[in-house]
Design a protein around this ligand. Structure first.
Ligand code: CAA
Length: 386
């Protein structure tokens, strides 16, 4: 591997790999069928420091860098993409947003239990009619003395049902477009916050994705995250980090698919020899491995830029775009190598193929990533890597 990992990073990778393969992997296939939330895995991950990895220890985090985080997340995704997406949302767009923009009181009340993994966090941004076009969101927050009153519906919220805290964005001043959107921290038990429909998804089936409905939901003004009008910027900042996480999920699932395909190709015999001996198949395996390595290096590059404090928006989008499209190609090839056995649920490649499908969609579609990347390249001041 060309990217030089430190002793600490290698230690974290080994520790999480052992945990993932021994604890997370054995139940992944069953949970895909039953849709059971991986609560026990996540509890243990909290104890291992995996739920607030980049948060300093004074707020119950593990205080690691982003490179360590993507290594850990890839290892969890290798065994179970459903568990990985919960870890990803919790670490990046939830914990980091509170750490970066929260008051000391908010860090005490919300960040500490989240980073310790005692509760799960969600970020409620998307709406039925506002996904890529987040500025068009309709959920609104109206000031009433020391409170804001929220009304509206959020859709496709990861951990919507199983979370204890939600960061929600709402319009506080429609005339100001993206500068009229604010963010709020809300405990799930708050009156007026209702968990709506749980989606029946193609993949990531043991992670819940729900509607969250706000009906005259009163939130103390002190629980606004950041200042009024900073919600869109907070979400965009969180998504930069989140997108590196999707690249890490993609690399983990792709590596699992490649390993399964390699093992199967050595065991499966046709025409009197293992199918791994056929050049047509060896070339497919070579392409899969090369694509995974390219995605891994893009993931490391974006994570390192973040760790060095550089602006990494475009690099995160490049990593997310390439890795999420790569894993869709790689899981399809792994399934093809398995032939008929790839199409049945006894083999894990069928799950990898379904789980990977959403990676080019959530936290910004491939088309949105191309907008972000081209904007940065065409505007000289934001051009990456020059
Ligand atoms: N960091 C900080 N601020 C940013 C930013 C970033 N990465 N990107 C943009 N902004 C700010 C800009 O500075 C600008 O603010 P100012 O006017 O104050 O300077 C403002 O946002 C608007 O910026 P642009 O003009 O560049 O934005 P745009 O409107 O042209 O494009 C977009 C924005 C790229 C299309 C953006 O809306 C976007 O990324 N949309 C996709 C949203 C998305 O990822 N949705 C998925 C939902 S989350 C999810 O999937 C949930 C889950 O549970 C997994």
């Amino acid at each position: 591997m060309s990217f030089q990992l430190t002793e600490d990073q290698l230690m974290i990778q080994t520790m999480v790999r052992d945990f993932s393969r021994n604890v997370v992997s054995p139940t992944a296939m069953k949970r895909d069928q039953t849709k059971e939330f991986p609560a026990e895995n996540l509890k243990q991950m909290g104890e291992l420091g995996l739920m607030g990895m980049m948060i300093p220890p004074e707020y119950n985090g593990a205080g690691t860098d982003t490179v360590s985080y993507v290594l850990a997340l890839s290892e969890i995704a290798y065994s179970c993409a459903s568990t990985a997406v919960v870890m990803s949302v919790q670490n990046s767009i939830v914990c980091e947003s509170i750490y970066k923009f929260g008051t000391e009181d908010q860090k005490e009340r919300f960040l500490k239990p989240l980073a310790a993994g005692e509760i799960i966090g969600a970020f409620a941004l998307t709406e039925p009619n506002a996904g890529s076009d987040l500025v068009s969101q309709k959920t609104n927050a109206v000031r009433d003395g020391d409170f804001y009153i929220l009304n509206g519906t959020k859709r496709f919220i990861t951990s919507g049902k199983n979370s204890g805290v939600v960061i929600v964005t709402a319009v506080t001043d429609e005339s100001k477009r993206h500068k009229g959107i604010s963010a709020f921290l809300i405990k799930k038990e708050t009156r007026g916050l209702i968990v709506g429909n749980t989606e029946n998804k193609m993949g990531l089936r043991s992670s819940d994705t729900t509607d969250l409905i706000f009906e005259d939901c009163r939130i103390p003004a002190k629980d606004m995250l950041g200042k009024e009008g900073e919600g869109f910027m907070i979400a965009m900042t969180g998504l930069d980090s989140g997108r590196i996480g999707i690249a890490a999920q993609s690399v983990g699932v792709a590596q699992a698919a490649l390993d399964a395909a390699v093992q199967y190709s050595k065991e499966r015999e046709q025409f009197g020899r293992p199918i791994s001996k056929f050049q047509g198949l060896r070339w497919i395996i070579a392409d899969m491995a090369t694509e995974i390595e390219a995605a891994r290096q893009l993931m490391f590059s974006a994570a390192s830029m973040k760790d060095r404090g550089e602006k990494y928006t475009a690099q995160a989008s490049m990593a997310k775009l390439f890795a999420s499209e790569m894993v869709n190609r790689v899981t399809a090839k792994a399934l093809q190598i398995h032939g008929g056995y790839g199409y049945i649920k006894e083999y894990p490649v069928e799950r990898f193929f379904r789980d990977a499908r959403v990676f080019t969609i959530y936290e910004g579609t491939s088309e949105i990533q191309r907008i972000v990347i081209s904007n940065h390249i065409l505007k000289d001041k934001r051009r990456p890597n020059n």
